[in-house]
Write a protein that binds this ligand. Structure first.
Ligand code: SF4
Ligand code: SF4
Length: 429
């Protein structure tokens, strides 16, 4: 068990968790009764969908929404569908939530094994969008006008503090990553594949067959924009993505999942993540995608009291959720519980122009000015005059803010609102 208190952190330098190479495989937490899977399409009661309450499903079975949509999920258990409901998540994300009552006897859907002999992009898109570690959409450009991807960067490091998912994968699943790298080369034709690693796992990363680059252990060096700048020598312009520059990022866990899927003929369903307890201790665990957070809390004997906070993700960039029914998703790298007495304070005090945020911001944004426009809801001015789109979403500004302003959340909200306006304008044009 890794023990270090986030609550006790004072100021940067914030160092990433360095996985102890003697750390055993994460203990597995099974769902007690149900899993809930989020299908990436808003549920409309009027739609005729291709599955129903009462249907039996097998582990690895594909559940497609309907004939007019490519959206699907892969069942991570064997059982019976017990509910199908709409689910509204943060920042306007909408899903179809499918709850499956878990059967005792597991049956594996054999359909995927027929695709294994000849891996190709269609198989990957059609079957593996739901793998642990998440399949990045940018890896396979959807239009002919999208810039071609020329380099794939495998993240063998973790994006937030207290998380060891990708490090654990590099340490334990080197062979699977190596196989995944071969498949990626085969189906994409891209030979320039780099793995970024912490220096203590450099040798393990080298066994994957990808070119190894070492990431500084200080947060936020493992975020893609900083890897692009510091290790690939390319600055991503404001408002552009790494894919726009021909570079796609994929987690080591997703590449290992590729390798396992094609070598075993089964789609992996277990997600590695860290459970960060109220005392700040971080424990690597493994759980089926769809497992409710409640089952993980129960496994650690954690009782949620009124006003305790549940966070999906790490301490710098995680997002609060309001129910312990919320499930583990393919990209959930951590579940964090904060005791109500230790929740970092957020205030509506004004900015006092201390400059702490500007000194720490890796994108050199004049945050003291930006935040004034964000507080006033003047998002377009914030974007045009104060570099909103240069933000790489590290969360350091909120962490250091002397006035305890939720600067990072203001920034995310502003980007979301501007995105909504742009979409609405394009739709009405
Ligand atoms: S989250 Fe804050 S500190 Fe980080 S890049 Fe954005 S503005 Fe800068
Ligand atoms: S750290 Fe907070 S109070 Fe200080 S300048 Fe930045 S936003 Fe203002």
């Amino acid at each position: 068990m890794i023990k270090r208190s986030f609550i006790g952190l004072t100021k940067p330098l914030l160092k990433y968790e360095a996985l102890d190479v003697k750390t055993p495989e994460p203990s597995v937490i099974q769902p007690s009764k149900k899993v809930t899977l989020f299908l990436n399409k808003a549920f409309d009661f009027k739609d005729k969908i291709l599955f129903n309450i009462g249907d039996n499903v097998k582990t690895g079975q594909k559940l497609s929404y309907n004939e007019n949509s490519d959206a699907y999920v892969i069942s991570t258990v064997t059982g019976t569908i017990s509910s199908i409901t709409p689910f509204n998540a943060d920042y306007g994300k909408t899903y179809t939530a499918i709850t499956i009552d878990v059967s005792e006897n597991e049956e594996i859907d054999e359909q995927f094994s027929t695709f294994v002999k000849e891996p190709n992009i269609d198989t990957v898109k059609d079957r593996l969008a739901f793998i642990p570690g998440n399949l990045p959409a940018g890896l396979f450009p959807s239009t002919d006008t999208s810039p071609p991807i020329e380099t794939i960067v495998i993240s063998g490091v973790d994006r937030d503090l207290f998380i060891t998912t990708n490090q654990h994968t590099v340490l334990a699943d080197g062979k699977a990553i190596k196989h995944g790298v071969q498949i990626l080369k085969q189906i994409t034709g891209i030979n320039n594949i780099i793995i970024v690693s912490s220096d203590h796992l450099m040798q393990d990363a080298g066994l994957t067959g990808a070119e190894v680059r070492i990431v500084d252990p200080v947060y936020p060096a493992s975020l893609p924009h900083l890897i692009m700048r510091d290790l690939l020598g390319q600055v991503v312009p404001a408002g552009k993505s790494c894919e726009d520059l021909g570079v796609a990022f994929i987690s080591a866990e997703a590449v290992a999942s590729f390798g396992i899927a094609f070598s075993k003929g089964q789609i992996p369903v277990y997600k590695r993540l860290n459970f960060i307890n109220k005392d700040g201790s971080s424990t690597p665990i493994s759980a089926r995608i769809g497992t409710p957070i409640r089952d993980i809390l129960n496994a650690f004997d954690v009782t949620l009291n009124e006003k305790d906070r549940l966070i999906i993700g790490g301490p710098m960039t995680g997002t609060a959720v309001y129910s312990d029914d919320f499930p583990i998703l393919p990209d959930t790298d951590a579940i964090m519980v904060q005791d109500r007495d230790n929740i970092p304070m957020v205030s509506d005090y004004p900015c006092i122009n201390c400059g702490e945020c500007i000194r720490i911001c890796p994108a050199n944004i004049p945050i003291n000015m930006l935040v004034r426009f964000l507080e006033a809801g003047q998002y377009e001015e914030a974007a045009h005059q104060y570099d909103l789109y240069s933000c790489i979403e590290c969360g350091l500004c909120s962490f250091v803010c002397v006035s305890k302003m939720p600067v990072f959340h203001y920034i995310k909200l502003a980007k979301y609102e501007l995105g909504r306006i742009t979409t609405a304008e394009a739709t009405n044009a």
